[in-house]
Design a protein around this ligand. Structure first.
Ligand SMILES: NC(=O)C1=CN([C@@H]2O[C@H](COP(=O)(O)OP(=O)(O)OC[C@H]3O[C@@H](n4cnc5c(N)ncnc54)[C@H](OP(=O)(O)O)[C@@H]3O)[C@@H](O)[C@H]2O)[C@@H](O)CC1
Ligand SMILES: [K+]
Length: 516
C-alpha cells in the first residue's frame, strides 16, 4: 500500500473533483459519511455521549458532516467548534450552516480562556480539530484542550490524523498532539503512524476509501510503501517441478566465537527454512561439534583458531554469504574481515558484529559489493551512520548511506523499515514477541536464504522481513509473546509461506436443493 504525502493527497483531492465532476463539498460528504458509517456499525444507536470537536478547516468540516448524520440518527451528540483561527474553509462554512439549520442546539464555540466541557471516561471524543493542513505549532490553549482529552481517558477517535501531528515533522511537545485510540485516515495511512517516535499517537488506524481518483492513486509513486501480503505476493518465486537443490543456491553463513555459536546455528537453520538449497557455515573450531550435532543438514567449515575467526578462506563457491552473527570484534577477526572483503565478489548480507566492524573502520564500507544488505538494530545503525535528531533525519541519513554504498539497509524495529536509495518499505508483520535473543540472527538467515534462491537483494530484504514477522505472528497463536523463541520463528517459516496463499475465510454456502 502506498503512503501518500500531504501534497499528493491534496493533489488526489483536486484530480478527483475534476475527473469525477463533483464539488469539494460532495467529497467532504463522502469523507464524513464514511466516518459515520464506521461509528454507526459499531454503536448501533447506543446512547453514549459523543463529543465532536471540529476545527475551522476541512478536517473540522468532516466532523460537521459526521455530526449531521449523528443527529439525524438520534445519537447523543454535542458539537464544539475549536476556534483557533478566524478563517473558515468554504466547506466548513457550508456544513456549519447545515448543522445549525437541523438542530436548535448549535455547536458550542470554544475559545481561549474558556472552560472546557466535562467529558466522562465512558464518553466518546471525536477529534476533527486539525487534519493534514496543520502547518505551525498548535496554540497553547488548544494544547490544553488536548491535555484535557487525555485526562478524561475517554475513547478518542481521530479523523484523518491525530490532531497536532505533522505529517513530515517530528513532535516537539507530546502534549500538543491528540493521543488517539483509533484514527480513521483517508486515502492512505500516514507515514508517521509507523515511525518509532510518532506511532504511539494512534493505538490503531484504518483507511477509509472515499473514492479518490484511481488513476492518480495508481500512477503516483510514493516515497514510502507499506508492505503486507498483497505487496509480497508478486515477489514470491514459485518452484519448478524439475528443480534440484542446486537451483536454490548455496548459502554460506560466517560468524560465531566462543560462547556465541548459537547465533550461527540460528542463521544457518533459518536460511534453509527460507528455502536455500544448500547451507554451509564457517565458524571457529569450537563451533564444529555444536553445528554438526544440532543442524545435520549443514556443511561446516572451520577457522584454524579454536575460539574466534582469524582467517576467512574456503574452498567452495557460495551464491551468497551472510555474516556477522556472534562474530566478535577482536583485532584478529577485524584483520580476517578486511582481507576477506578485499577479495570477495559474492553478494553479502551483513549483520551484528560485521556491522560493528564496519562502523569502527568506515574505510571498509567501500569494499562492500553493490547491493549488499545490512540489517542493523537501532544501536548498530547509530554506530554506522551517527546520531540523528528525529526519525525524519534518520531516514534521510539512511537514504544517503544507501545511495553512497549502493546498499539495502534494513532498520530493525517494531515496524522494520527497509531502505534502498530514495525509497522506504515499511513492514506490517511481526509482534513484541520478536524482542527476544536470536531473532535478528534468524532474520539475517532468512534474507540470505532468499538471495541464494535468486531473489534480488531488495526483494529478499522486503520479503524476508515480511516472512520473519509473519512466522512470529503465527507462532504467538501457539506460544504467546513471552514464550516465542527465535527457534520457533524458524520452525514456523513453512506456515508463513503457506499463509501467502491462504484464501480469506468464506461463509459456508447453502447446499442447493434438489427438485423431485
Ligand atoms: N482527500 C482527502 O484526504 C480529503 C480530505 N479532507 C479533509 O481535509 C483535511 C485537510 O483540511 P485543510 O487543508 O482545510 O486543513 P486542516 O487540517 O483542517 O487545518 C485547517 C487550517 O488551519 C490552519 N492552521 C494550520 N495549523 C494551524 C495552527 N497551528 N494554528 C492555527 N491554525 C492553523 C491552516 O490554515 P492557514 O491559517 O495556514 O491558512 C489550515 O488550513 C484532511 O485532513 C481531511 O480531514 C476531506 O474533507 C475531503 C477529502
Ligand atoms: K484530526
Amino acid at each position: 500500500m502506498k503512503l501518500f504525502s500531504r501534497e499528493q493527497i491534496y493533489e488526489a483531492d483536486q484530480q478527483t473533483i475534476k475527473k469525477q465532476d463533483i464539488t469539494s463539498t460532495e467529497l467532504m460528504d463522502r469523507a464524513g459519511s464514511q466516518i459515520f458509517n464506521w461509528m454507526h456499525l459499531r454503536l448501533q444507536g447506543a446512547q453514549v455521549p459523543i463529543h465532536v470537536f471540529c476545527g475551522i478547516g476541512n478536517n473540522g468540516g468532516d466532523g460537521l458532516v459526521l455530526t449531521q448524520h449523528l443527529i439525524s440518527h438520534g445519537y447523543h451528540v454535542t458539537t464544539y467548534i475549536v476556534n483557533y483561527s478566524h478563517k473558515r474553509s468554504k466547506d466548513f462554512l457550508i456544513n456549519y450552516d447545515k448543522v445549525k439549520s437541523m438542530t436548535k442546539t448549535w455547536p458550542v464555540v470554544l475559545e481561549d480562556n474558556e472552560a472546557f466541557p466535562e467529558i466522562n471516561q465512558e464518553d466518546i471524543i471525536v477529534d476533527a480539530v486539525f487534519g493534514i493542513g496543520l502547518n505551525r505549532p498548535v496554540p497553547d490553549w488548544v494544547k490544553d484542550l488536548f491535555i484535557h482529552f487525555r485526562k478524561t481517558k475517554a475513547f478518542t477517535l481521530s479523523i484523518d490524523v491525530p490532531s497536532g501531528l505533522f505529517l513530515d515533522q517530528p513532535v516537539k511537545d507530546e502534549d500538543a498532539v491528540v493521543w488517539a485510540g483509533y484514527t480513521l485516515s483517508f486515502a492512505s495511512p500516514k507515514l508517521v503512524f509507523f515511525l518509532p517516535e510518532t506511532a504511539k499517537y494512534t493505538a490503531q488506524w484504518e483507511v477509509l476509501d472515499i473514492g479518490l481518483d484511481q488513476e492518480y492513486l495508481m500512477s503516483t509513486k510514493t516515497e514510502a510503501d507499506l508492505i503486507g501480503k498483497h505487496e509480497v505476493l508478486p515477489l514470491y518465486m514459485p518452484r519448478d517441478k524439475f528443480s534440484h537443490k542446486g537451483t536454490f543456491g548455496h548459502t554460506l553463513i560466517i560468524g560465531g566465537s566462543y560462547g556465541k555459536i548459537g547465533a550461527v546455528i540460528l542463521s544457518s537453520r533459518a536460511a534453509l527454512s527460507a528455502g536455500s538449497g544448500l547451507v554451509s557455515a564457517y565458524v571457529p573450531k569450537c563451533g564444529y561439534i555444536p553445528l554438526q550435532s544440532s543442524f545435520p543438514e549443514a556443511m561446516v567449515l572451520t577457522d584454524r583458531d579454536e575460539n574466534e575467526i582469524t582467517e576467512i578462506s574456503f574452498d567452495l563457491k557460495p551464491t551468497v554469504i551472510g555474516m556477522g552473527m556472534g562474530l566478535g570484534t577482536s583485532p584478529n577477526t577485524l584483520d580476517a574481515f578486511e582481507a576477506f572483503l578485499k577479495n570477495n565478489k559474492t553478494p553479502l548480507v551483513i549483520d551484528a558484529d560485521a556491522i560493528n566492524l564496519l562502523s569502527k573502520n568506515k574505510a571498509l564500507l567501500k569494499l562492500l559489493p553493490i547491493h549488499s544488505v545490512l540489517t542493523p538494530h537501532p544501536k548498530e545503525l547509530e554506530r554506522l551512520i551517527g546520531t540523528w535528531s528525529d526519525d525524519f533525519e534518520k531516514l534521510e541519513k539512511v537514504k544517503s548511506f544507501s545511495k553512497k554504498y549502493h546498499a539495502v539497509v534494513v532498520i530493525k524495529g517494531a515496524n522494520t523499515i527497509t531502505v534502498f536509495q530514495e525509497k522506504i518499505y515499511i513492514n506490517t508483520t511481526g509482534n513484541p514477541g520478536l524482542a527476544t535473543a536470536g531473532s535478528g540472527d534468524v532474520l539475517t538467515g532468512i534474507i540470505t536464504g532468499l538471495i541464494a534462491q535468486s531473489y534480488s537483494a531488495l526483494a529478499a530484504a522486503i520479503f524476508g522481513v515480511y516472512l520473519h514477522g509473519k512466522a512470529a505472528d503465527i507462532t504467538i497463536e501457539d506460544y504467546g509473546y513471552q514464550s516465542l523463541t527465535a527457534t520457533h520463528v524458524i520452525e514456523y517459516m513453512g506456515k508463513a509461506y503457506l499463509d501467502l496463499f491462504e484464501q480469506p475465510q468464506q461463509l459456508p454456502q447453502e447446499e442447493p436443493k434438489e427438485d423431485n
